[in-house]
Design a protein around this ligand. Structure first.
Ligand SMILES: NC(=O)c1ccc[n+]([C@@H]2O[C@H](COP(=O)([O-])OP(=O)(O)OC[C@H]3O[C@@H](n4cnc5c(N)ncnc54)[C@H](O)[C@@H]3O)[C@@H](O)[C@H]2O)c1
Ligand SMILES: [Zn+2]
Ligand SMILES: [Zn+2]
Length: 380
């Protein structure tokens, strides 16, 4: 089968790889109809992870069940399904408590809880930027979707970024009527903004410097803040009459940079601590790493980020972090889509075949104007 394979920094290739097969009785194999490129893939693409060459990429997957193992009885061949990016066993302590993003059994990597498809340190699993994908513990992991092809571009956001944006808002301690500042106007930040609006925020700000992304955020109801036009904290303070916001969402990650493009991994955390009111909350879904050998400073290479913890403490703020447990939210978010109350597909900018994935990676990585979210359709 054809798949997108990591070949080194800034180098992915469309290659023939062995077919995805049933390897355990609880597996299913999915024929991929849509698989997205994620900002998380770009950390690998830019050579800023330890991902091995030859890895098949892709953790944002949906499709139709092609085959199931003997131990699968809820999921049937022909079912249309969304595949959460987390691979979870369903029976360990973290899974049974709803923390599928920290499954204790799916990832054999020493010191890492939680597994995913096609991702650095997240276990030996191939990704779904391919014609087919093997899904472990299929009965537990897969989410049924209505038959056919309706809402394809909305449902494809259920595997990761819509639940992740929702989780960022949840981790911030959001309550109805809150004012929210989302840092990062990429797909995850836009989904956090969409989630906050659905949940009844009084005002949502989106901070970025990419004018096309800010325009999109504004079009869908958020107030854009361009950090290249001046200090985003000052702009947000001014926009809120000096009060700041109740909640902040970090949707940027460890490659946060200033308007000249220079990386400062503490920058967004500092901005959030300053702009969130005392006793407010911060949800961090942008990825930070235990080690980052490619970082600019010795501290950051060791995964140490000197942010304003003293101000954070003094203001009595709270913070939640980590990979999103997609399964905790995807059923409800699917039903909001079906009822017309959520339409996350609005962020889609490009739909490409697998053969065009190389250019998709290049343009998305360069944050070229208009390249907001790239969907790949292997069958097209
Ligand atoms: N926790 C999870 O489960 C989870 C899931 C998916 C993605 N992620 C992570 O979320 C982050 C965002 O993902 P994405 O797909 O939206 O990526 P993206 O790279 O497309 O978007 C990041 C955006 O942040 C902006 N940015 C950079 N520096 C900034 C700053 N100082 N202030 C404000 N904005 C700034 C960039 O211009 C860009 O538009 C990544 O770190 C990704 O790995 C986490
Ligand atoms: Zn993703
Ligand atoms: Zn588990």
């Amino acid at each position: 089968m054809k798949a997108i394979v990591y070949r080194g920094p800034k180098n992915v290739a469309v290659e023939e790889v062995p077919d995805a097969t049933i390897q355990a009785p609880t597996d299913a194999v999915i024929r991929i109809t849509t698989t997205n490129i994620c900002g998380s893939d770009l950390h690998m693409y830019e050579g800023r992870t330890s991902v091995e060459e030859g890895k098949v990429l892709g953790h944002e997957n949906m499709g139709v069940v092609e085959a199931v193992g003997d131990g699968v009885d809820r999921i049937k061949v022909g079912d249309r399904v969304s595949v959460p990016f987390n691979i979870a066993c369903g029976s360990c302590r973290n899974c049974t408590e709803g923390w599928t993003s920290f499954c204790l059994r799916a990832n054999p990597t020493e010191g890492m809880d939680g597994a995913a498809y096609g991702y650095a340190n997240m276990g030996p699993y191939d990704g779904g930027q391919a014609e087919y994908l093997r899904v472990p513990w299929a009965d537990f992991n897969l989410l049924h979707l209505p038959e056919g092809s309706e809402h394809e571009n909305d449902f494809t956001m259920l595997s990761d970024i819509f639940p992740t944006g929702w989780h960022g808002v949840e981790l911030s301690g959001f309550q109805v009527g809150d004012r929210v500042a989302v840092f990062g106007g990429g797909p995850v930040g836009l989904m956090a903004a969409h989630s906050a609006m659905i949940r009844g925020a009084s005002e949502v700000f989106v901070v970025d410097k990419e004018t096309d992304r800010l325009a999109l955020a504004e079009k869908y109801g958020a107030t854009p803040i361009d950090f290249s036009a001046g200090d985003p904290v000052e702009q947000l303070m001014q926009a809120t009459g000096g009060r700041g916001v109740d909640r902040g969402v970090e949707a940027v990650g460890y490659q946060a940079h200033d308007s000249d493009g220079e990386e400062h991994p503490e920058l967004v955390l500092d901005n959030l601590v300053q702009v969130v009111r005392a006793t407010g909350g911060i949800g961090v879904v942008g990825v930070y790493m235990p080690e980052d050998p490619g970082a600019g400073s010795d501290l950051a290479k060791e995964g140490r980020i000197p942010w304003q913890f003293g101000t954070f403490f003094t203001k009595g703020q709270s913070m939640g972090t980590g990979q999103a447990p997609v399964k905790r939210y995807n059923r409800q978010l699917r039903d909001l889509i079906i009822d017309g109350k959520a339409n996350p597909g609005w962020i889609t900018s490009h739909e490409l075949g697998l053969d065009q994935a190389v250019e998709g990676y290049q343009h998305f990585d360069d944050r070229d104007k208009g390249w907001t979210k790239v969907l790949l359709h292997p069958g097209s």
